[in-house]
Design a protein around this ligand. Structure first.
Ligand SMILES: Nc1ncnc2c1ncn2[C@@H]1O[C@H](COP(=O)(O)OP(=O)(O)OP(=O)(O)O)[C@@H](O)[C@H]1O
Ligand SMILES: [Mg+2]
Length: 402
């Protein structure tokens, strides 16, 4: 029996990546191969593959991998050609795309955990309607656009928060011309839904006019998937083409008063993916990536300030009514990058988000005091102490923020 010892580089549901000297190759993940590979990885040893007649036998081995034998892959490959995967090929490809390729398609500047990104990719590939929810400036639109980009499918964008007349945006307009009389011109949305495999972004669905929701109700229902061209019951309908995916974004939460409460029935038509607010480390990593030449302490201070506002919002009785979004922190950092001081940048980008009613007890005082703590020369000043000498912000708060 011929036997090869190979180093395992990775194992997933569809394939095993192996190394032999300088050669690397991939073998299909049969249940037997996976089982032995996992044992080998647990023991820190290598995978052995024996060729016995027409069969391959897997085992673990503590010996060194075979060196530089380019015949190994050639010889073993003929066995892979004969191999029929247990799941159908399309499914195996879909799984391989989601679990292997998708991560590299996420833009490096998008901070979204692997799991959420893979879930996003998977939902789109499975033709689900996706709703990105989360606070303002948390990357909902960015993630939705990145997904459309990554999948390389025809893409259409509608900002429903900005449309005053949903019927003309989503359905079309009736016009009059002397020679033709009245005629109907359909909207670009009508064309979009008839485009196979299209990805259609419905940005700011939560701010849309309720009439837009009514129009979309049948379009988004997996059992219906059609658009009626007129309000009349017997009016013509347009079918949603095969493979079309809708991605909507919504600010959901009581902080967003200008947002309408989305109809429960509409919400039910979506798979929900929530964008979380970044913690200090992630915020810092993002800002450093965006402004690599900026002062590192400054960036770290900005990340500390914004994440302190987010932590404060999670407390039982928060002293502020909103936190600083990633959108705002990017703007904050960009000013510092352009030579404004931390305080100047905060004054124009962050302070206006916080109400100054209430003087020393105001949210503005809270945020100013927080920022002051990160200005080196002011660290020991008592600028924002309250009259009785008691600080709104304790040293502990600051320690936990930085
Ligand atoms: N998770 C994130 N990763 C990377 N950048 C982010 C993230 N969240 C926000 N940003 C930054 O903030 C900007 C605004 O993000 P985006 O427009 O996607 O927010 P949004 O959630 O759609 O906000 P809104 O609710 O106001 O529409 C982005 O261009 C990016 O610079
Ligand atoms: Mg948005």
């Amino acid at each position: 029996m011929k036997k090869y010892i190979l180093k395992i580089t990775s194992v997933n549901k569809t394939e095993l990546k192996l190394e032999s000297g300088k050669n690397t190759f991939t073998i299909p993940a049969t249940s037997d191969a996976i089982k032995k590979a996992k044992t080998a990885m647990r023991k820190g040893s290598n995978l052995s593959i024996g060729i016995e007649g027409e069969k391959l036998k897997y085992g673990t081995s503590s010996s060194m991998p075979n060196q530089c034998n380019k015949f190994v892959s050639a010889e073993l490959e003929k066995y892979w050609d004969q191999y029929v995967p247990p799941v159908n090929k399309e499914h195996a490809e879909l799984m391989s795309f989601i679990h292997n390729d998708a991560i590299s398609l996420r833009p490096s500047l998008l901070m979204l955990p692997d799991l959420q990104w893979k879930y996003l990719v998977r939902s789109a590939m499975r033709g689900k309607n996706i709703m990105m929810t989360g606070a303002a400036g948390s990357g909902k639109t960015m993630a939705a656009k990145a997904l459309a980009n990554a999948l390389d499918r025809p893409e259409f964008y509608y900002n429903l928060g900005a449309t005053q007349d949903p019927r003309s945006t989503l359905v079309g307009n009736t016009h009059f011309a002397k020679d033709k009389g009245t005629f109907f011109s359909e909207s670009s949305f009508v064309k979009a839904i008839q485009t196979e495999d299209a990805i259609i972004l419905l940005d700011e669905l939560s701010r849309a006019h309720p009439e837009a929701w009514n129009i979309l109700m049948t379009v988004l229902d997996p059992g219906q998937r059609y658009l009626r061209l007129d309000e009349a019951d017997n009016s013509p309908i347009v079918k949603v083409a095969k493979g079309v995916t809708f991605i909507a974004t919504a600010n959901i939460g009581n902080e967003y008063t200008s947002t309408r409460v989305i109809d429960r029935a509409l919400l039910d038509r979506f798979t929900i993916i929530e964008m979380e607010l970044l913690n200090k480390e992630k915020e810092e990593a993002l800002l450093l990536q965006m402004y690599p030449e900026a002062d590192k302490t400054m960036i770290s201070n900005i990340a500390s300030i914004v994440s302190a506002t987010r932590d404060e919002m999670k407390t039982e009785v928060p002293r502020i009514s909103t936190s600083v979004s990633t959108r705002a922190s990017v703007e904050f950092a960009s000013l510092c990058h352009d030579g404004f001081t931390l305080e100047e940048s905060a004054e124009v980008t962050v302070y206006p988000l916080f109400d100054d009613a209430g003087g020393l007890d105001s949210e503005r005082t809270f945020i100013k005091q927080l920022v002051q703590k990160f200005i080196p020369s002011n660290t020991d000043d008592n600028l924002f102490n309250t009259e009785d000498g008691e600080e709104l912000f304790t040293e502990e708060d600051i320690d936990s923020a930085s």
